[in-house]
Write a protein that binds this ligand. Structure first.
Ligand SMILES: [Zn+2]
Length: 460
């Protein structure tokens, strides 16, 4: 059924217009004033509301065997949560461990997603070792439509690559025009600090942050940037959390290194005092890089406003209370992750645009347009234009609510942002022309999500 979205204020990364949008099939067919509705059109009145391009989360974990367990979401639960929160596309991390075969793992991750979710999706392919088979396998994966890799400098012996493997990955990525995303923490220092703290009997979740201090992240960011400069590859730091790492990344950008920066919503909203709460309450707030000293909040918000932080993702990765308790004896055994796929857009809008003075176009850019451009989805995704996919978020800035686990769609028994107020929420969300959400409720097709083939787009 065609859709006509009338009287909304259309906000993209670089424009603001009051106009109607006509959707026919899966794409936007016309944008203009006083558009006529063809017979059989559903008309959506967006008066008093914004119309944003569908938001893109560039960093989620859905299927994830990790730390002796599995992340809790299915494609279905996470995609419904994403859509209710205004996210219409995500890029999931395909994360084999070092002992797994890359190609088999890629096929496994893809099979978990295919036909099982409600929003559109792609993958970043993690390179967790680099041996003689790796280049051929990665070429095959890129040819299948994957334009980005992921490497971990952290998680020694599980996901982590050494410097030689990083070099080989970046060299290949440069040849293929692929962008490499990286988790930047020094694995050796983390392992040593963990051992020292545990030997001193410091085993609670409050010791997670001291085991991965800001300097360890700054070192990883610096090393990654140095390798990017040396190889000429394009890179993207995931979940940058603190000032020293930001300073390092900014210096690299300024010197011409092809480097982009993502921060994730927990690092804007939460600080290390959450992980210092007693018992399981602290464990719920363990992720890596860890929640930091509160002084970093203003630094991250300012850097986002200035465009030094390019994108905002989530690192969505739910583990429930019983899983978090796997770490009751030692913080190193707490499954890492704070889910946020449902809350990212509303929190960024509320504490950025509504209460923090963040420019509304920068908000759209960071949460939709820039991820689309960096990862080869633009202009199919990430904007509102004739010919683009009709992924639209009619957003109600008059809505007032409070985040609560009781109302969430994510498959988890707590919410890391419990009790936070929100000033707005999506009132209608469409994916390729199909209405998937109305007023906080999923009303659409649970199997509507499509795999998005992406071409590498970072050639010299
Ligand atoms: Zn992650």
């Amino acid at each position: 059924m065609p859709l006509l979205i009338q009287n909304g204020e259309i906000i993209t990364a670089d424009s603001r217009t009051r106009a109607d949008i006509l959707v026919e099939g899966e794409t936007i067919s016309r944008i203009g004033t006083k558009l006529e509705a063809p017979p059989g059109t559903e008309v959506i009145d967006a008066a008093g509301k914004y119309v944003f391009p569908g938001f893109i989360d560039p960093h989620v974990h859905i299927y994830l065997p990790f730390m002796a367990t599995y992340a809790k979401d299915t494609q279905e639960t996470a995609s419904i949560a994403a859509l209710v929160g205004g996210t219409t596309t995500w890029i999931e991390m395909c994360c084999p461990s070092r002992v797994d075969d890359a190609l088999e793992s890629y096929r496994l991750w893809k099979s978990k997603a295919e036909g099982n979710g409600a929003c559109d999706y792609s993958f970043h392919m993690s390179v967790t070792k680099f041996d003689d088979q790796t280049e051929g396998q990665l070429r095959e994966i890129v040819a299948d439509g994957i334009g980005s890799f992921k490497i971990f400098l952290a998680y020694k012996n599980f996901f982590g690559v050494d410097d030689g493997e990083m070099y080989r990955t970046l060299t290949l990525a440069r040849k293929l025009g692929v962008i490499v995303t990286a988790h930047c923490e020094n694995a050796e220092l983390v392992a040593r600090l963990q051992q020292e703290l545990i030997a001193q009997g410091k085993t609670g979740p409050e010791w997670h942050e001291p085991s991965r201090p800001e300097s360890v992240e700054a070192e990883g960011t610096h090393r990654f940037s140095t390798f990017l400069a040396a190889t000429g590859a394009a890179g993207y730091v995931v979940h940058l959390s603190c000032e020293p790492a930001l300073r390092t990344a900014t210096r690299a950008k300024e010197s011409g290194t092809k480097l982009w920066v993502e921060s994730v919503i927990p690092h804007f909203m939460l600080d290390k005092s959450y992980a210092e709460r007693p018992g399981v309450e602290g464990m719920k707030h363990v992720m890596s890089p860890p929640l930091r000293d509160k002084r970093n909040h203003k630094i991250l918000w300012d850097a986002l406003a200035a465009g030094l932080i390019d994108t905002v993702g989530t690192d969505h990765c739910p583990f429930d209370t019983s899983q978090k308790l796997l770490g009751r004896d030692t913080f190193t055994q707490i499954p890492n992750g704070i889910p946020g796929v449902e809350e990212r857009v509303n929190l960024l809008y509320t504490y950025g645009v509504s209460r923090g003075g963040l420019d509304i176009h920068r908000f759209v850019d960071a949460a939709s347009t820039k991820p689309a451009k960096l990862f080869g989805l633009f202009p199919r995704k990430g904007t509102i234009a004739v010919g683009s996919d009709a992924d639209l978020v009619v957003y109600d800035p008059a809505y007032r609510g409070v985040i609560s686990a009781r109302a969430q769609h994510v498959n988890n028994d707590y919410n890391g942002f419990e009790g936070m107020e929100i000033d707005g929420r999506p009132s209608v969300v469409t994916v390729r022309g199909k209405v998937q959400v109305r007023d906080g409720k999923f009303v659409g097709d649970r199997r509507h999500g499509q795999f998005l083939k992406r071409e590498p787009n970072h050639f010299q």
